[in-house]
Ligand binder design. Structure first.
Ligand code: 4AZ
Length: 345
């Protein structure tokens, strides 16, 4: 079952936030050798395109409200994982989260005098996103203020050699560093290797852990595990060759052998990310963040299954499909299933 730990944890986090942000517990099986998992602390000055998504109202102020990662792809545009904007994570629509911000230029989340917290003017979920399979797990955020062009990371296009198996890549985030709910205060990065589609499919053939889809996903890791993205890293960048090739999306646990991290493949979504669709949907109210309805009235996330993240009442997902058991009941402590990397931290 492709569990959305992220979604489960969103609720947990909210509950604990008022009590001082107790650590979230993840499955013991998810434990990994070390810290992202197996990573090292890095300075955002060296990767200025990495951003944190924040809502203190929803996630508490201890870590500046961080709940997902994101990537600056234009001076007023950020990409993140679609599932980060789901009702399961946010507890409601994106526009209901009044203090939704993108934090740039801050390595250490508690250093609130550093960097900028920028309001989100509009949010659009990839219309092809399928919450049941995690395919196309990408959303675009339009920022209310511009960041310097020097903070922009280019997108990998179709056919980019950086997608070749064996390519060295780096994943960044403020997420869980242990697999036990040790959410980072500082930005971490870990080196991973882009794997062949065959290997990704072998790891995720469509059993309870979920299904790898080579057209919309890319996977990366190490056969022995140890270095990986984890909860809270969702939406953050997988970078290779100086280009954005993926967004942290899901996986079976964190840092486990034979369980590579699965990332949203960015190249098929370049047109969506860069497209003028953004301009069309941009008009929002003063404080507003909107989800993907545009002037044209195109819904963000309708699909065959209708189980998209960004639509529907909270908790109403059915999580159908090969992977699909509802995220819900088991709570954060079941670790074998794959989960989108979401929330939490
Ligand atoms: C998660 O639960 C999650 N190892 C994030 C990333 C990965 C697995 C799970 C990839 O949010």
């Amino acid at each position: 079952m492709s569990r959305s730990l992220a979604r489960v944890l969103a609720g947990v986090l909210t509950l604990v936030a008022g009590a001082g942000a107790a650590p979230l517990v993840q499955a013991p099986e998810a434990a990994a050798d070390s810290i992202v998992i197996g990573g090292t602390p890095v300075d955002v000055a060296d990767s200025p395109w990495v951003v944190a998504l924040s809502s203190r109202d929803r996630f508490g102020g201890t870590r500046a409200g961080q709940f997902c990662g994101g990537v600056i792809v234009a001076p007023t545009r950020v990409v993140t994982a679609a599932h980060c904007l789901s009702r399961q994570v946010l507890g409601g629509s994106v526009e209901s989260v009044k203090d939704f911000r993108v934090i740039t230029g801050r390595t250490e989340l508690r250093a609130e005098d550093q960097g900028r917290e920028i309001a989100v003017r509009a949010a659009r979920v990839n219309p092809g996103y399928d919450a049941a399979s995690n395919a196309g797990d990408l959303a675009v955020l339009d920022l209310a203020e511009a960041v310097p062009a020097s903070s922009v990371l280019p997108l990998a296009a179709a056919g980019d050699p950086a997608y070749a198996a064996g390519t060295a890549a780096t994943v960044y985030g403020w997420g869980d560093t242990s697999g036990f709910g040790d959410y980072a205060y500082g930005l971490h990065a870990a080196g991973v290797t882009v794997l062949a589609d065959d290997d990704c499919l072998r790891a995720y053939p469509g059993d309870a852990s979920g299904q790898y889809r080579s057209d919309s996903m890319v996977c990366a890791g190490h056969a022995a595990g140890g270095k990986d993205a984890c909860q809270g890293d969702s939406g953050g960048p997988l970078v290779a060759g100086g280009r954005l090739i993926g967004l942290v999306s899901w996986g079976r646990g964190c840092g486990r052998a034979d369980s590579p991290g699965v990332y949203t493949r960015v190249s098929p979504l370049v047109d969506f990310v860069t497209g003028a669709a953004g301009a069309a949907t941009g008009a929002t109210g003063a404080s507003g963040t909107r989800t993907a309805t545009g002037a044209s009235g195109t819904r963000t996330a309708t699909g065959a299954s209708g189980s998209r993240t960004a639509t529907g009442a909270s908790g109403s997902r059915t999580a159908t499909g090969a992977s699909g058991t509802p995220t819900g009941g088991a709570g954060p402590a079941t670790g074998t299933a794959a989960a989108p990397v979401g929330t939490g931290g």
